[in-house]
Design a protein around this ligand. Structure first.
Ligand SMILES: *Cc1c(COP(=O)(O)O)cnc(C)c1O
Length: 381
């Protein structure tokens, strides 16, 4: 049988044509397409400021830069996340303080009161797998301790929280347009903010710390003169990528609906399979369904690794999101984390299995996947 990959990007003819149009235009890097993507993204999310960048990691870095993170500061980060969410804190000589999560896979807001110190400046709320974190509780706790909430929204386009798009009222939200994400430009990202001063500073930092609108210095209306305001970075998104992103942006509701239908089918097909659980869903939150994480727990006597191996033998790609950061060598050695330090995250990790979830999957593909899972968990361990 054909190999069924873990992910396949949803790229159509419109995306191909958009990139070719830019190739023929004579303007390849940051320009009118990037500006249009920023405006369209900001309008879609419902936020005043959006800055197109070459990754979500860059967006997270700039978010910490605009709040003036200093060496020795601390930032609270859930341990169940990708490397990027915490490494950006290390860029500043600051300390990522890893926190446990809830059975939703998202940051446990009670961890904020527990782990805050006089050096804590911010909390990074990751919307894991696309499901919004408990922002009401996180924001309330952050306000008590005067912390900035930075949202790692890499998974959560176009998730809703109390009916509003994630990012619409976020102080700082960081989106990813990486190849596997819900909106892809191959590599890319977006920083959104409700704070105009932060938006202006981030825009300058993203392009060498140069005074604003330097990108158009080569156009007819541009001017040769610019000023370096501080040492910045090279984080701009090209027009080749932005043109692709604009087409993907227009398709977000359609792609989201397709993923939701697939998740409903997975739930149906797995409903009577013993030992399969789902991460808890937060009331008032509508997941973007970036990932389809199911839990096959040792506590139910089922072997997650055996299911992964069986799916692999059957030619089906899967993944695990994520190995908790505190179990990785760098964090273990630098901060002396022992296994068991963040127990909820660890038990979720041992049970987590991410199944293929992308619009080109057919019902027959899901039947094939779920058939292998059913056969494997039926066998006693
Ligand atoms: C993908 C991802 C990122 C990083 O995104 P890039 O665009 O690749 O920099 C950050 N956080 C999470 C949770 C991610 O999954």
């Amino acid at each position: 049988m054909d190999y069924l990959p873990f992910h396949r990007p949803s790229i159509g003819e419109a995306e191909v044509e958009a990139v070719v149009r830019v190739l023929r235009s004579g303007w390849l890097t940051t320009g009118p397409e990037a500006k249009a993507l920023e405006e369209e993204f900001a309008a879609y999310i419902g936020t005043p400021h959006a800055l197109a960048l070459n990754s979500c990691t860059a967006a997270l870095h700039l978010a910490l830069a605009v709040i003036n993170l200093r060496p020795g500061d601390e930032v609270l980060v859930p341990t169940t996340t990708f490397a990027a969410s915490a490494e950006v804190v290390c860029y500043f000589g600051a300390t990522p303080v890893l926190c446990d999560v809830l059975p939703t896979l998202n940051l446990d807001p009670a961890e904020i009161d527990r782990r805050v110190t006089p050096r804590t400046r911010a909390v990074i709320a990751v919307h894991m797998a696309g499901q919004p974190a408990d922002l009401d509780s996180i924001r309330a706790a952050a306000a008590r301790h005067n912390l900035v909430v930075i949202e790692d929204a890499a998974h959560s386009l176009p998730a809703r929280y109390h009916g509003r798009m994630i990012g619409s009222d976020s102080a700082l939200a960081c989106f990813s347009f990486y190849a596997t994400k819900n909106l892809t430009t191959g590599e890319g990202g977006m920083l959104t903010t409700t704070n105009p001063a932060w938006a202006e500073r981030a825009r300058s930092l993203a392009l060498h710390g140069i005074s604003k609108n330097a990108w158009n210095r080569y156009t007819e209306s541009g001017h040769w003169y610019y000023e370096i305001l501080e040492p910045g970075y090279k984080y701009n998104l090209t027009d080749l990528q932005a043109a692709l992103g604009r087409v993907q942006l227009r398709r977000q509701e359609e792609l989201w609906a397709a993923r939701r239908r697939l998740v409903a089918l997975y739930r149906e097909l797995l409903a009577d399979v013993p030992g399969i659980r789902w991460p808890e869903q937060l009331a008032g939150a509508e997941s973007a369904w970036h990932l389809c994480v199911v839990l096959i727990g040792p506590e139910t006597g089922r072997d997650r690794d055996a299911v992964i191996a069986a799916l692999h033998r059957a030619g089906i790609g899967t993944s695990v999101h994520f190995i908790p950061l505190h179990l990785h060598p760098y964090y273990r050695q630098r901060f002396q984390y022992a296994p068991g330090a963040l127990p909820v995250a660890e038990s979720l990790y041992r049970a987590s299995l991410s199944l293929p979830l992308y619009p080109s999957l057919a019902a027959a593909d899901l039947e094939r996947i779920c058939g292998v899972i059913r056969d494997t968990v039926a066998a006693p361990v």
